[in-house]
Structures are given as C-alpha cells and as structure tokens.
Design a protein around this ligand. Structure first.
Ligand SMILES: NC(=O)c1ccc[n+]([C@@H]2O[C@H](COP(=O)([O-])OP(=O)(O)OC[C@H]3O[C@@H](n4cnc5c(N)ncnc54)[C@H](OP(=O)(O)O)[C@@H]3O)[C@@H](O)[C@H]2O)c1
Length: 350
C-alpha cells in the first residue's frame, strides 16, 4: 500500500506527470491524491481511467502519504516540502528550492540512484531541466572516460517557463501569423504591442521568430541563474566538485524539448566511435548520428518521448580528448516529470 500525492497536478509538469502515470503498464500506488492551489481545487482530472478531484494544499493532505511529488513554484516547495516530510512522506521536489542543499540529494537515477536513500531531511531534489537533459549521456561518458570540463550552449523551449510560457509563444505566433515581420528591427515588437501582447511576458523579449540569450534571473558578473544551475547541479549530480563548467543559456521558439550543444573534455583518450558505443549501450539514450543520411536529433522528433537523443558526435578539432555533441531531451518529461517519477519509483521499490 503506497500512497502518492502530486502537488501542482494542474501545471505543465504536473499534467505531464499524469500522462506518464497513465502510460505505465503497472504502478505501485494504492491511492493517488492530486493537489493544487485554491484556484484549481474541485477540478476533475482522470488518472488511469479514474476521475479524481483536485484538493487544495493543506497540511492534512499529506496524512497517510508515502511519497509526495512537488511540481510547484520554488516558494511553495520551500514552505510545503518540509511539512510533507514532517507528516511522514518522502518529498520529491521539482523546484529549485532544495537542489543545492547539502542535506538533500540531487538525483538522476541513471547516474546516482543510490543517493535517493541518503535523505536526512526526507526531501529529494530533481535537477533543473537544462542540466537534466544532458545528465544520462554525460554520466555514461564520465564512467567510461572521466569527464573534466563541459562547455554548453542551450536552446531552451518555451515550456521551460511553465504553462504561461507555452501560452505566450502560441499567442505571439497567432499575432504574427501571415505578417511580413522580422525584416526590420522592432517590427515584431510593434505587431505584438498592437495585439495587446506588449508587456507581461515570461520572456524578456519577443520569442516568436527570435532567439533570446537569457533564461532565469540576473546573477553576478553577467551570469544568469540558469547558467549557474547548469554548473552547480552538474557538479553535484556527477560527484565531481571541481568539474569545469561554462554555460550560455538561450531561449528559442520551440514549445517543448530543450536542445544542448556540448563540448566535453575527458581525462582518458576518447574517440567518437568509442563514445557512440558507450551512448548506444544506454537504455535511456537514442543515438541518432548519421549526418550524411540527415540523421541527427531535433526537438520535434524528441518531444513526447522518454529518452534523450544524442547525435553530431565529433572529435573537437584543436582540442585533445574532447568531443562535440548535440542532445535533445523533452524538458517536461526527462527534464522534469519523468525524472521525478523515476525517483519516486526508486523510493517505492525501497
Ligand atoms: N517547465 C519545465 O520545463 C520545468 C522543468 C523542471 C522543473 N520545473 C519546475 O517544476 C515546477 C512546476 O513548474 P511548471 O512548469 O509545471 O509550472 P506551472 O505550469 O506554472 O504550474 C504550477 C503548478 O503549481 C500549482 N501552484 C502554484 N501555486 C500554488 C500554491 N500556492 N499552492 C498549491 N499549488 C500551487 C499550480 O496550481 P493551480 O492550478 O492551482 O494554479 C500548478 O498546478 C517549478 O518549480 C518549475 O521550476 C519546470
């Protein structure tokens, strides 16, 4: 008898979590509770053919719960995950509230599943979606060749900013449809303004027909919070405290699936063929790497699936023991809901 609660069941990540539960052949849960704010309380959602009513977040919703998944904003997790833990649940948190807490493991089951058992606060953190999109591949390559440095450029989807990000991209695309824009500085912004989409965007610039070299909040020396998360979380998950990491995070007009261009340097001798052999042997990675046949990973082919897709594996010219790779991972599945759910399955299996 294992009782599961999904807090934030009505959001972009929570909805994907329900899709994943529906797609599993069997689940270990005797009861599933769907939880959100007062805004969504009373809403009916169907999980594995059963209609469930969303209940409002309150301390007593955790009574009798074994595992509570948190798919809510940072401040909600920061307040409520400890409450869930104090009522006996293991809290698995998707937000950024606990990821760098030394008493909270940051888990990617393919890389460090054993860490899930080491949870002094009763809380396990799920990594940020950009970092997660490359962890299964980087973990496998690290085990084989000993990773020393990562230089990463991300191409991040609108849904990384939640349901409001998805809604904003569709609204911008609808406003711009059929218009000849993008040929003069400012013309896209003018059309959006005229359509009532001038302000109040989750993105700092128009996203449709554009790329925006910014994700997250402003940190010291010009870095964004997203870029620092890639550095800090990669080090913690891989267990390499002195891993050299430098990231540039960019938002692109893709609905879902983050892509990453990765320049990875190893201590041991590595070659594209050796790396492909390692990657192809991983159950959660799809290797798609035949440029002559037009085979490489794209967000549109990756979206909606569980594996991370890897391709464009090359020996870096001018950099010894260094590979260039291009990866795509569905940010709402492996990047958020799927990894969190896999942590819950790991905990439930004891
Ligand atoms: N989107 C991604 O790619 C991604 C990836 C990794 C991690 N994450 C993280 O996952 C979390 C959820 O993100 P999301 O993209 O799913 O956001 P979202 O679409 O905005 O959904 C937020 C969810 O949180 C609930 N919520 C908000 N305030 C609440 C409160 N005070 N009490 C109870 N429930 C509350 C909402 O319920 P209502 O329906 O009642 O408003 C909704 O279910 C965030 O921490 C995010 O950073 C997101």
């Amino acid at each position: 008898m294992t009782v599961l609660a999904i807090v934030g069941a009505t959001g972009a990540v929570g909805s994907t979590m329900i899709d994943i539960i529906d797609s599993r052949e069997t689940v270990p849960w005797s009861e599933i509770r769907l939880v959100a704010s007062a805004r969504s309380a009373g809403k009916k959602l169907t999980v594995r053919g059963e209609e469930l009513t969303v209940i409002e977040l309150a301390p007593e919703v955790f009574d009798g719960v074994d595992i509570a998944l948190f798919d809510v904003p940072d401040e909600v997790s920061a307040e409520w995950a400890p409450i869930a833990a104090s009522r006996g649940a293991v809290a698995v948190d998707n937000s950024g509230a606990f990821r760098m807490d030394p008493d909270v493991p940051l888990v990617v089951p393919e890389v460090n599943a054993a860490e899930a058992a080491n949870r002094p606060k009763g809380i396990i953190a799920n990594p940020n979606c950009t970092t997660l999109s490359m962890m299964a591949a980087m973990g496998a390559l690290h085990r084989a060749f000993e990773l020393q440095a990562l230089v990463v450029a991300s191409y991040q989807a609108a849904s990384g900013a939640g349901q409001v990000g998805i809604d904003r991209l569709y609204a911008e695309q609808a406003a711009l449809a059929g218009k000849e824009v993008g040929v003069r500085a400012g013309d896209v912004a003018e059309v959006l303004e005229a359509a009532g989409l001038g302000g109040d965007s989750p993105f700092p610039a128009p996203l449709a027909m554009n790329v925006v070299p910014w994700a997250g909040s402003v940190k010291d020396d010009g870095w964004s919070s997203e870029e620092l998360k890639v550095r800090n979380e990669s080090r913690k998950i891989l267990g390499i405290p002195d891993l050299k990491v430098s990231a540039t995070c960019v938002r692109v007009p893709v609905v879902t699936t983050h892509a990453l261009a990765v320049h990875a340097t190893f201590a041991s001798e590595v070659s594209p063929d050796k790396a492909r052999a390692v990657l192809a042997s991983q159950p959660t990675i799809v290797l798609r790497d035949d440029p002559a046949a037009g085979q490489w990973p794209t967000p549109l082919e990756t979206v909606g699936g569980d594996p991370t897709w890897v391709g464009r594996v090359r020996q870096a010219l001018d950099f010894p023991n260094t590979l260039e790779l291009f990866l795509c991972g569905d940010n709402l599945r492996k990047g958020a809901a799927l990894n969190t759910y896999e942590i819950a399955e790991t905990v439930a299996a004891g």
